[in-house]
Design a binder for this molecule. Structure first.
Ligand code: ADP
Length: 502
């Protein structure tokens, strides 16, 4: 039997999935089996978000076993690839292999006092220069320190090598290998605030600053390296683990955004832009995040990343809050009942504004209402806001001196909306390309593992099925007028929240 399949594990914030990809000799990937289990969210206090790492492991094992069975047995598989929610932090016992505390999820703000103090002490510039990241509780370092302090005896035991720290990739690799491998991939490591973005190694000074013992951290590996072998008792064979990357970086690889100037944006609840900037890191002056795109086969690609807090969630608000639509799909036809936005702009700052504005206090704002304004104006303004927010990120990239973008590769639920995608192309002056197969995160993990294990000769080859493409067709004057209206609306949102005029 030919072992031409990859078992991709996609451990996300709300669910754990396993997907079996069949790989043809030409390098085409097709998903042949899927299994998914929802993940319980725990909110012990305001601003705290936790996952049960043991539950994550059980769901991983169960979904993997199901997919292996559905796909015809373990002998069909050549390797395992992993992609995961980033930054989420786990502390476990090296002897028993059991978590010592619930995992602290990326959204958790409990260590805000630590990063605020470090910023007040003047450490931000040095941390950013070394890691590409701003000081924020989002990243793992302050979460790791919190876990070591919260669990009695953990610090002493860490010094003796009895407890381990890691992001979800490291936790799953440890469990899959029966405790034989304590490793992480460099993209996940790039989200901890402890890794030097140039050397791809932990930094002693950063570990000291955040009070995290380096001894408890996993070894850093490339994204397509051999990361260990699965314990043979799990699936009946010691399948090698040959790929791992954080979710946004895996999507970058899945899209084939491998060269400088390639970029992808995922339009889900929020939106995540990752732009490949090439072989050297680019320091951002616009508060974009410097991060690793991927490291595979001796090739390293750096990236700049920016997030939009509210993208699809603005459409959810139209449906569940305003109730002007009953299904998100209706938004497309409704927006098109208008010939233009009628001067109405919606800034969806429901939870503040992300990059490049970084205004956590800002709130949602609508401007330009007249007696003619109706539900369709709100719908249209919400969809248009996706494009304007994307444009703001692209302008920040340009300001940071990132290579000019060639086109924008898109995925996520909102990309079903052709009106919104055409508007993104028009406002961003870029071709927008949506691949036929949408699971870019799992696809990236599968491609890394297939390449790592030698099943494919290239990390990426274009899929046979043609993507959907939207090309810019708006005139310069109209674009300039719309962007002027949008910038006025952002200014209003920031000033209304008591912020300084941007
Ligand atoms: P996530 O992974 O963040 O849960 P998804 O990629 O599944 O997000 O996308 C879901 C989002 O896409 C929802 O916020 C929903 O409002 C939005 N969405 C889905 N279909 C459409 C559509 N046709 N037009 C606009 N937005 C849509």
């Amino acid at each position: 039997m030919q072992a031409n399949m990859i078992l991709a594990i996609d451990q996300g914030t709300t669910s754990t999935r396993a997907i079996a990809f069949e790989v043809t000799p030409q390098g085409a990937f097709s998903a042949v089996a899927v299994s998914q289990i929802e993940l319980a969210q725990h909110f012990p206090q305001s601003g705290w978000v936790e996952h049960d790492a043991a539950e994550i492991w059980r769901a991983t094992l169960q979904t993997c076993r199901e997919v292996v069975r559905k796909a015809g047995g373990v002998d069909r598989f050549a390797a395992v690839g992993i992609t995961n929610q980033r930054e989420t932090s786990v502390l476990w016992d090296a002897t028993t292999g059991e978590p010592l505390h619930r995992a602290i999820v990326w959204q958790d703000r409990r260590t805000a006092d630590v990063t605020t103090r470090l910023a007040a002490e003047g450490h931000e510039a040095a941390v950013q220069a070394a890691t590409g990241l701003i000081l924020d509780p989002y990243f793992s370092a302050s979460k790791y320190a919190w876990l070591l302090d919260a669990v009695p005896g953990a610090r002493e035991r860490a010094a003796r090598g009895e407890v381990k720290l890691g992001t979800i990739d490291a936790w799953l690799i440890w469990k899959l290998t029966g405790g034989a491998s304590h490793v992480t991939d460099a993209t996940n490591a790039s989200r901890t605030s402890l890794m030097d973005l140039s050397t791809l190694q932990w930094r002693e000074d950063l570990c000291d600053l955040f009070n995290v013992p380096m001894k408890a951290l996993p070894d850093i590996r490339g994204c397509a390296d051999h990361l260990g072998d699965c314990d043979a008792s799990l699936f009946g064979r010691a399948l090698p683990i040959h790929g791992a990357a954080g979710d946004q970086q895996a999507a970058l690889v899945g899209h084939g955004a491998l060269k400088a100037g390639d970029a992808k944006i995922t339009y889900g609840t929020g939106a995540f832009l990752v732009a490949n900037v090439g072989e050297a890191p680019v320091a951002s002056t616009s508060r974009l995040l410097g991060t690793l795109g991927y490291a595979a086969d001796g090739h390293v690609a750096y990236a700049l990343e920016g997030s939009i807090f509210s993208a699809g969630s603005a459409i959810q608000w139209l449906r569940d809050g305003l109730k002007v639509i009953s299904d998100s799909r209706q938004s497309e036809a409704m927006a098109q009942t208008l010939k233009d936005n009628g001067g109405v702009y919606l800034v969806p700052g429901f939870t503040g504004l992300g990059a490049p504005w970084w205004q956590p206090e800002a709130r949602g704002t609508v401007i330009g209402l007249t007696r003619d304004s109706g539900p369709a104006h709100f719908v249209r303004a919400a969809l248009e806001s996706l494009a304007y927010q994307t444009r703001d990120l692209l302008d920040a990239l340009k300001k940071d001196g990132a290579p000019s973008l060639t086109r924008l590769k898109v995925d996520g639920g909102v990309t079903a909306n052709a009106f919104a995608m055409q508007f993104v192309a028009d406002i961003c002056e870029l071709e927008v390309e949506r691949p036929a197969f949408q699971e870019m995160t799992a696809m990236g993990a599968a491609r890394l593992a297939a390449f790592g294990v030698g099943l494919t000769a290239e990390l990426w080859t274009a899929p046979a099925e043609a993507p959907a493409v939207w090309r810019p067709r708006m005139g310069d004057e109209e674009r300039a007028r719309l962007l002027k209206g949008w910038r006025g609306a952002v200014k209003a949102a920031i000033i209304a929240a008591g912020g300084d005029e941007p």
